[in-house]
Design a protein around this ligand. Sequence first.
Ligand code: FAD
Ligand code: MLT
Ligand code: ZN
Length: 483
Amino acid sequence: RHLATATIQRNPAFSTLNSDDINHFKGILGDKNVIEDEDTLLFANTDWMRKYKGSSKLLLQPRTTQEVSEVLKYCNSRRLAVVPQGGNTGLVGGSVPVFDEVIINVGSMKQVISFDKVSGVLVCEAGCILENLVCFLDNQGFIMPLDLGAKGSCQIGGNVSTNAGGLRLVRYGSLHGTVLGIEAVLANGDVLDMLGTLRKDNTGYDLKHLFIGSEGSLGIVTKVSILTPPKLSSVNLAFLACKDYSSCQKLLFEAKRRLGEILSAFEFLDNESLNLALNHLEGVRNPLPPAMHNFYVLIETTGSDESYDKEKLEAFLLRSMEDGLISDGVIAQDINQASSFWRIREGVPEALMKAGAVYKYDLSLPVETMYNLVEEMRTILGNSAKVIGYGHLGDGNLHLNISTPQYDDVILAQIEPFVYEWTSKQRGSISAEHGLGLMKANKIFYSKSHETVQLMASIKKLMDPNGILNPYKVLPYSIVSYS
Ligand code: FAD
Ligand code: MLT
Ligand code: ZN
């Protein structure tokens, strides 16, 4: 078990699974959707980072909202704790059990329910894999408003539950804006139909927002309605080198003004991140001639006029070179080259995993001071670790990662609470997009006031009085007390 969880005790109010329970679930779901197979459970008990590991003996795969409802109703009456799981690509230990919680995965609920070509509203089941939705929409001439490296495995229900950000947020905004409706099942089995498809609906509290980013702690998301943008004909991607962080920042400032409506991504990685990708990912090579640059920026534009967009980007890049903001750069000549550029940026998390142990922080910080944290961390850790910084610069989101050969308590004590205190002093967020999960449940006060957390705890108790939904996650365990 991860060191951070070693101190948590299993809530004694929860029941332990018995053979009657298993038979009951088989009655609801059929034998083959009640999984006790050890290999499948090993995967479902272990998170993507292989850092958090539960000991659940049961994985349930409901196929309909009604089945989710019956399962939860039973679990609630028996006080069996559950973990909603999607593609299990979460990075904060939220998607796997801490102890023996029953895992519920809606991956079999993967139908597109409707798509309206006029409004661009897609309604689908929560188990749809993001990449499958991308393919479906591509055929219709649309795109998903979110894109992330885990698209091949993550489910839209998981994306909504984590309020995933990703590479396109700078253009299309967060899921709080693009998700128009949700169907969710509460802990007691009640089904909340909030599956609206309207852009505007001011009839009372907009409760769907409670489920966006609540990491499976308030209900299981079963259906989602989402606004999708049209697929535009001209997409360009530039891979650029900058001599220092200040140039990256100025480039962002200029890109927002000069590329304006066509800017669709602004990502950065430092030289250490690039080296990790080059050293650990197969087939990845530096698109730029060998030279020492400290930072790299990917700028994507998406628009409707090929020659105008390209001219605009080229003029911007030329000017930025003349102004000394860019030291070198290349524009992808075709879709394959563009994918190879994205592979570098999207591959950094995978490269980190291959390099050894990773301490991963996902912070919202003022762009001006963001990179100081990486440098301060390097000074503190010296040669004992590699400190790397990359992320969604256009959104003010730094991914600070510390790579070491193996996990080490001494190193952890040098990183935490320093990183959280530093972020809090800047009034930043200790979770920009990955969530709190198990990793940061107890750290919430670095970013939220006591009053706010108390209200969150009251909402949690109201919606899940027995605390069966994803226990020990999101909120400090001491605040959500159960009996
Ligand atoms: P899981 O990992 O299975 O679950 C995540 C959380 O959501 C858990 O708390 C779980 O209980 C809950 N949950 C899952 N499904 C449901 C449901 N149907 N109902 C209720 N609760 C549910 N995140 C970003 O924000 N931006 C990125 O750019 C990004 N890039 C990534 C790149 C890689 C390579 C990896 C591995 C991860 C990345 N992530 C990113 C993190 C992660 O992929 C996303 O947070 C994703 O949205 C999780 O979806 P999932 O289906 O895998 O959910
Ligand atoms: C990313 O932007 O690559 C993801 O959020 C994953 C990560 O930070 O490691
Ligand atoms: Zn990210």
